[in-house]
Write a protein that binds this ligand. Structure first.
Ligand code: NDP
Length: 291
């Protein structure tokens, strides 16, 4: 049997960032300012701090101005809300995102809902989720959107295919299912209460795992020749080396000899997410000037 072709998210992300940089370079003099992204962070969760640094670095690389706001852990709901209101009104800012998770004393849903929908770079505002449900143009959430771009880059058209999405979160599972549906796949959404998960996943021409459990998807759960998209990011301790490393939800080594296409972790879907955030910021910038 043959080995699956890897869907290289890292390479596609780099290619897209080069294209975005060229686009930003030509639009900045026309519009009189660069695109702007504001990343709001509260507290000092080291993982969040690393994500924020990556996002700001990626912005700089394509010519997007960063308007980062870092609040101490004790920040109040009103302080963060006031900042969002200021950024909503700030003409230099095309995208606003709140780095999650927030400290427990803050109501993150209320804050996300306060971002102006046209500046909602993460595509998580109810207005943008509604636009997705209605198949209207709008800001799309970055990870699912990245999955669609990755499939497109390899000419893997979902139309007419059976797609199974395992996971139903608002961040990943649900929006991916809707995007695959819009692309004319026949979509099933599975979750923790799905009986006979293996039977369901074996029906998939396109199998998307967005769960957060290492090795949940084993080789026997995959239809031979399937396209397998692994969204999961799990930190585990490698039994042989004792070192910590990242794995997805798919038993990569075994599934590699059953699937026809497979996304690696890292270097697959995860590598696309920040690029889609940049893409959304530039899209929202263009929308603003085309109005
Ligand atoms: P959530 O925890 O919000 O959702 C997990 C989903 O998986 C739930 O719908 C849950 O079902 C389902 N689930 C849990 N256990 C099982 C099981 N045994 N069988 C079937 N379904 C199960 O996670 P997220 O959607 O936020 O994230 C999923 C994964 O994707 C994580 O590993 C996360 O780190 C990663 N991720 C990666 C990103 C990237 O950039 N690549 C971005 C965001 C997330 P139920 O609803 O019934 O509880």
């Amino acid at each position: 049997s043959s080995i699956a072709q890897l869907l290289d998210g890292k390479a596609l992300a780099q290619k897209m960032q080069t294209e975005l940089a060229t686009q930003v370079q030509s639009l900045t003099p026309q519009y009189g300012r660069p695109p702007g992204l504001a990343v709001l962070m509260v507290g000092d969760n080291p993982a969040s701090a690393a994500y924020v640094r990556n996002k700001e670095k990626a912005c700089a690389a394509v010519g997007i101005a960063s308007f980062g706001k870092h609040f101490p852990n004790e920040a109040t709901q009103a302080e963060v809300a006031d900042m969002i209101a200021q950024l909503n009104a700030d003409d230099r800012v095309d995208g606003i995102l709140v780095q999650l998770p927030l400290p427990d004393h803050l109501d993150s849903v209320a804050l996300l809902n306060q971002i102006h929908p046209d500046k909602d770079a993460d595509g998580l505002h109810p207005m943008n989720l509604g636009r997705l449900v209605r198949t209207e143009p709008g800001l799309r959430s970055c990870t699912p959107y990245g999955v669609m771009r990755l499939l497109e880059a390899y000419n893997l058209d979902p139309a007419g295919k059976t797609a199974v999405v395992v996971g139903r979160s608002i961040l990943v599972g649900k929006p991916i299912a809707l995007m695959l549906l819009d692309a004319n796949a026949t979509v099933t959404i599975a979750h923790s209460r799905t009986p006979n998960l293996a039977e369901v996943t074996r029906s998939a021409d396109i199998l998307v795992a967005a769960v957060g459990r290492p090795n949940l998807i084993t080789a026997d759960m995959v239809k031979p020749g399937a396209i397998v998209v692994d969204v999961g990011i799990n930190r585990i301790t490698d039994e042989t080396t004792g070192k910590s490393r990242l794995v997805g939800d798919v038993d990569f080594n075994a599934v590699q000899s059953v699937a026809e296409y497979l996304t690696p972790v890292p270097g697959g879907v995860g590598a696309m997410t920040v690029t889609m955030l940049l893409h959304n910021t530039v899209w929202s910038y263009q929308q603003r000037f085309q109005k």
